[in-house]
Design a protein around this ligand. Structure first.
Ligand SMILES: *Cc1c(COP(=O)(O)O)cnc(C)c1O
Length: 357
């Protein structure tokens, strides 16, 4: 089965086999070494130094990392602005709400780009904003939000930028220094090609609250995790086997040439699909320049419900992904993350042609 959903992804044999390594107690030195290595590897993806930056590992899906980031890094006297243009931006707001964080939103329709003028106006009217949370790649539509434009607006106002990079980390540019990123949340099982079960937050060490601060959450408190992980420990049982898989996936990525090579690989696969579908009249939801290389959304072919189209593709070994909310009956999504090849995607285009003929 070829998974064209945005994670979990098809695993390489190498990553899958890593799951079979020896049983390991999370209180033993071998686990500390494994954890230290992953923390270092994650910083290396975008060349970050461990003096200033830390990767904090959590057992949980990408949402755990989002929730840890928001609940741990916005202090009680802080105020958050959340930018929404899809499901995941709206999820950031939900997290803020549940944790009783003082927040406001800048909401857009799901297919819209961030309205920079409206953002500036809102920030000018709310000079007490301390943190801004935004989704980098809004997987709802495949839009890559423009952090290059956001960054100086935040920097001028000394606003800390918290990024949901769950579906972009490892495949899209993340310029931590120039964009003034304070923290980003991501996961093992999307562009890094690992197994679901481990997620992480990469943060500037000085963004952590003082250790005597009472956290909003026990399980997701990044300060506790970071302190214990710096000492080789972990507050709770980690998903040992998925750690094995993640370290292997990160090593595999380095050997292949790092995030830039992954970016161009995804780009080639996405273009192949985009061109192939265009040739039979299937149109993308967003213009080319607005989309990530990771996932593209397309209008359903005429005369097909999503379910019918999905089931026919599934019968031919391809899993596409539905739209969410009111896009559910009009679009389908194709992600090209994971251990998939040109040949897989050429065959996919052929199969779509066969189905709609
Ligand atoms: C996948 C995804 C998440 C997290 O989803 P989980 O199901 O918790 O892994 C968060 N944000 C974005 C942008 C995503 O694509």
């Amino acid at each position: 089965m070829i998974l064209l959903n945005p994670g979990p992804v098809n695993l390489s044999d190498r990553v899958r086999n890593a799951l079979l390594r020896p049983d390991l107690c999370h209180r033993e030195v071998e686990f500390s070494q494994l954890q230290n290595r992953i923390r270092e590897q994650l910083l290396q993806v975008y060349g970050l130094g461990s003096e200033r930056w830390a990767a904090v590992l959590l057992t949980g899906s990408g949402t755990a990392a989002m929730e840890a980031m928001i609940s741990s890094l916005v202090p009680t006297d802080g105020k958050l602005l959340v930018i929404e243009n899809g499901v995941y931006g709206e999820r950031l707001s939900k997290i803020a709400k549940i944790h009783g964080i003082d927040y406001i939103t800048l909401s857009h329709p799901w297919d819209a780009e961030i309205d920079i003028k409206a953002l500036v106006k809102l920030l000018d009217e709310n000079a007490d904003i301390t943190h801004l949370a935004v989704v980098h790649h809004e997987t709802t539509t495949g839009r890559l939000n423009n952090l290059v434009e956001l960054a100086p607006i935040c920097q001028e106002r000394r606003i800390k930028l918290l990024v949901d990079a769950v579906s972009s980390f490892g495949a899209e540019e993340l310029n931590f220094a120039d964009w003034g990123i304070t923290a980003c949340a991501a996961t093992a099982n999307k562009c890094l090609h690992g197994v679901p079960g481990v997620s992480f937050v990469i943060l500037q060490r000085d963004a952590l609250p003082p250790i005597d601060t009472i956290p909003r959450t026990l399980y997701l408190d990044l300060a506790t995790y970071c302190q214990q992980q710096d000492r080789g420990g972990t507050p709770f049982t980690q998903s040992v086997q998925t750690f094995y898989a993640l370290t292997e996936a990160l090593q595999e990525m380095v050997e292949a040439g790092g995030w830039r090579v992954r970016h161009s690989h995804y780009n080639q696969l996405a273009s192949l699909v985009r061109d192939g579908l265009a040739s039979i009249g299937i149109k993308p939801l967003l213009p080319l320049g607005s989309s990530s290389v990771v996932l593209n959304a397309y209008y359903l072919p005429d005369g097909f419900s999503y379910e019918e189209f999905h089931d026919q593709l599934k019968a031919r070994d391809y899993i596409i992904y539905s739209g969410q909310g009111n896009l559910a009956q009009s679009i389908f999504r194709v992600s090209t993350m994971g251990a998939i090849t040109h040949a897989d995607m050429e065959r996919f285009v052929g199969v779509v042609k066969e189905i709609i003929r």
